[in-house]
Ligand binder design. Structure first.
Ligand SMILES: [Zn+2]
Length: 56
């Protein structure tokens, strides 16, 4: 399964467009699940990268 977060495969996931709880960007693709503290949330691509960089 190549590029699961792009193109046609995105259509399988419903309600993925929304406001990112972390950066507040509207109409963002919320396809990434991030855990910050003890909260689990759906975040956008940008926030996912930021959280990943912080964790490593
Ligand atoms: Zn975000």
């Amino acid at each position: 399964m190549a590029k699961p977060k792009r193109g046609k495969s995105v259509n399988i996931i419903k309600n993925w467009r929304g406001t990112c709880p972390r950066c507040g960007r509207t109409g963002a693709k919320l396809l990434w699940e991030a855990t910050e503290g003890d909260k689990k949330m759906k975040v956008c691509k940008v926030c996912d990268a930021q959280i990943r960089n912080k964790a490593s």
